[in-house]
Design a protein around this ligand. Structure first.
Ligand SMILES: NC(=O)C1=CN([C@@H]2O[C@H](COP(=O)(O)OP(=O)(O)OC[C@H]3O[C@@H](n4cnc5c(N)ncnc54)[C@H](O)[C@@H]3O)[C@@H](O)[C@H]2O)[C@H](O)CC1
Ligand code: K
Length: 414
């Protein structure tokens, strides 16, 4: 078993496994049949440990073994001004809506998180999202802008991926889209807290802002999570490319940032910190790795998910790096000096699941059972040798067995 954020890639990353199972659709029980196919995913490599003391210093590169899923870093960098301009252009020219962009961004974040905390932790062999493995837990700390929105979207997808997500959202936006994103999380049973568990609430502005913005006052003290809760991953979605590094982050976000760092210390390396687009409080355009604000000086993520393209600070980032967000038409990519990447579809089951047509391609045992039913149950009605009670007995048992199998596949996500 490999440590997900300190590992080099396996040379045989492409080993894949697939499995399929099915439940026969039987006339008496109308069982849904399902087949789950999954493939192992490759890992991207950590090029060196994330020791803050070496940040910005010259670190000899650790050359990874060949891994075709890594892309060269000559994809181009987007400074903060261009990132904002490109964002605006994506909405005006190809006509993307913010909702669309954010959905793709948040999905990319959720998939990267899933890769790191589930797939790689399972030794690269994912045997089904809804299998029997222990649920991983994710804490998503969301800020006031669109970076926070990416976090809210990611929380929803992670929940659908079978991960226990908890959101920290200290200042809720009153914009309709954000209200909906929160609602969608709540509908999935995702707790929405107003502070990072284990921190005291230094936030004196939240209530006022929420009241101003018509927020839900009942939620103000909503921090029911146990302060000692363990999270396998913390997602930092507090600030993105619009953070102004000239001043320190204001409350309650300063506390959210230090809360993430404290929790990481408390969990003593057993949690992975993933930053969305920019480690919150870092200088987006600072490429020497030393220009983050004091508050964020020790916020050094293990994993970064750049959206659209890496920002200049990435040159000094030493962790695992993913690029997400597939929105760029070639003309815009060229204009902003970005090389778009071809996304490898080696997982194939993120947004959809294949089901087996009942009886068409069913597993052996199901086909055999169906055959058995055809021969025996049909006969049961006319064959006096098989007593009704006996039929009831084994049908009940079989229905129970099917339910158990089904819940294995679907987990608690039904
Ligand atoms: N095309 C893409 O790549 C997309 C990226 N997305 C994500 O959006 C963010 C950028 O979002 P934006 O709303 O412009 O800003 P931020 O979330 O970075 O936060 C701005 C927020 O922070 C406040 N603020 C700024 N400086 C400070 C400070 N010193 N102290 C306290 N608060 C501060 C400011 O007032 C705003 O409220 C990008 O990084 C991506 O993550 C989109 O989701 C989709 C398209
Ligand atoms: K962030």
């Amino acid at each position: 078993r490999r440590s997900p954020h300190r590992s080099l890639p396996s040379s045989s990353y492409s080993s894949s496994s697939s499995s399929s199972s099915s439940l026969a659709s039987l006339p008496a029980y109308a069982m849904a049949s399902a087949s789950f196919r999954s493939q192992s995913k490759s890992s991207l490599a950590a090029s060196s440990a994330n020791d803050p003391s070496v940040l910005g210093a010259l670190v000899p590169p650790v050359l990874p073994e060949r891994d075709d899923t890594r892309i060269a870093m000559d994809v181009g960098y987007l400074n903060a001004r261009d990132a904002a301009a490109l964002d605006a252009e994506l909405m005006s020219s190809p006509g993307f809506s913010l909702e669309q962009l954010m959905e793709l961004a948040g999905l990319a974040v959720a998939e990267a998180v899933y890769d790191v905390v589930v797939v790689d932790d399972d030794g690269g062999d994912d045997d089904g999202v809804c299998g029997n493995r222990k649920k991983k837990r994710a804490l998503l700390v969301c800020g006031p802008g669109n970076n926070g929105g990416d976090g809210l979207v990611a929380a929803r997808h992670l929940c659908h991926f079978g991960i226990d997500a908890t959101v920290v959202y200290p200042v809720r936006s009153s914009k309709a889209h954000f209200v909906n994103l929160v609602r969608q999380c709540e509908d999935l049973g995702i707790p929405i807290l107003d502070r990072v568990p284990g921190t005291t609430n230094t936030n004196t502005t939240t209530t006022a802002i929420e009241a101003d913005e018509g927020g839900d006052d009942d939620e103000d003290d909503d921090n029911e999570e146990d302060d000692d809760s363990h999270y396998d991953v913390i997602v930092d979605a507090v600030f993105g490319f619009s953070f102004r590094p000239g001043s320190e982050p204001r409350e309650p976000f300063a506390s959210a940032i230090s809360g993430m760092m404290d929790m990481r210390r408390r969990l003593d390396g057993s949690t992975i910190l993933v930053s969305v687009d920019v480690p919150s409080g870092w200088d987006v355009d600072g490429d020497d790795g030393k220009t983050m604000t004091t508050t964020a000086a020790n916020l050094v993520p293990d994993v970064l998910v750049s959206l659209t393209a890496p920002k200049p600070f990435v040159k000094s980032f030493r962790g695992r790096h993913f690029i997400g967000g597939r929105f760029l038409p070639p003309a815009l990519a060229e204009k902003y000096g970005i090389r778009t990447m071809e996304v490898k579809m080696d997982r194939g089951d993120d947004s959809h699941r294949e089901t087996l047509d009942p009886g068409v391609d069913s597993d052996d045992w199901a086909a055999q059972y169906q055959e058995y039913l055809d021969e025996n149950v049909v006969q049961a009605g006319i064959d006096a040798d098989i007593k009704d009670e006996e039929v009831d007995d084994w049908t009940v048992q079989y229905a129970k067995y099917c339910e158990e199998r089904e819940s294995e596949f679907f987990g608690t996500n039904r």
